[in-house]
Design a protein around this ligand. Structure first.
Ligand SMILES: C[S@@+](CC[C@H](N)C(=O)[O-])C[C@H]1O[C@@H](n2cnc3c(N)ncnc32)[C@H](O)[C@@H]1O
Length: 253
């Protein structure tokens, strides 16, 4: 398969490919200490009006948030080879002038090339609930002289996006981590321009050879079920990526 994610020592499929088992255990320990709630980070409190987080949604187990200590995995050299990330971004058909949100941006693996693609008039809104991820993104943007990325520290139930502002909202390997899927989908709906699209890129649950833990994968049927129940309609899908579904949704209501 050309990757070394393989099986970890516990015989379980490892999520953090390219890391040694020692590193994986360290990340898991830090992750557990830093994530008292499913999506909640240490030191972060939910506003009193925030709805309760969910551990299951429409028959699916919600995954733990990937901790920033594992961010190196997101920018590993072989990521394009494994996930076809260049092809994925080409399929987005980005144009100069577009406003694109990278929701759950992590350290900006996709934000930075997308910012270059929409420059000079366009911009990327990079949203993440972990300020540490956004700090790494800012350092990487400075190193590449990218100036059209705005970083937004989101909350688990609110991406703090301006209403009607986005042509495209991209979620790569993020949606399955939402501890508040319904409120987040409402916020995404509101943040899109009338004919804006949200694009989900999710590891294929139907494919057992994709070396990712089951709760970090989603089936096409499950994605459809959840998005259609929340005011979205499928517009397009791209099934040529090695490991992931790629699905575009527009507003149905
Ligand atoms: C697996 S990483 C993927 C990062 C990036 N999309 C990429 O492909 O390189 C998931 C990211 O989503 C973020 N995240 C999880 N829930 C979120 C939420 N409700 N709002 C914004 N970011 C969230 C996490 O903090 C983490 O940085």
């Amino acid at each position: 398969m050309g990757n070394d994610k393989g099986m970890d020592k516990a015989g379980e499929v490892a999520r953090y490919g390219g890391m040694r088992w020692f590193d994986v255990r360290w990340v898991l320990v830090v992750g557990m200490l830093g994530l008292p709630g499913r999506g909640l980070l240490q030191g972060q409190s939910l506003a009193p009006e925030a709805p309760p987080e969910v551990s299951e949604y429409m028959g699916r187990t919600v995954a733990q948030t990937m901790h920033y200590a594992g961010a190196g995995w997101l920018i590993r050299n072989k990521r394009d080879r494994e996930e076809g990330t260049l092809r994925m971004r080409e399929a987005l058909e980005l144009k100069p002038g577009m406003v694109v949100c990278d929701l759950g941006s992590g350290n900006g693996y996709h934000s930075l090339p997308m910012a270059k693609a929409v420059a000079p008039e366009g911009k990327v809104l990079a949203v993440d609930i972990q300020p540490e991820m956004l700090e790494m993104l800012k350092e990487r943007a400075a190193a590449q002289a990218v100036t059209n990325v705005e970083c937004i520290v989101g909350e688990v139930h609110d991406p703090h996006l301006p209403e009607g502002s986005c042509d495209l909202i991209l979620l790569v390997d993020v949606y399955h981590e939402f501890s508040h899927p319904e409120v987040m989908l409402k916020a995404i709906h509101k943040a899109l321009k009338p004919d804006g699209k949200v694009v989900l890129v999710e590891f294929r649950a139907e494919d057992l050879t994709v070396p990712i833990k089951p709760e970090h994968k989603m089936s096409k049927a499950q994605i459809l079920k959840e998005l259609e129940a929340n005011g979205f309609a499928l517009k397009r899908s791209f099934e040529e990526l090695p490991w992931q579904h790629m699905m575009w949704f527009g507003k149905s209501e």
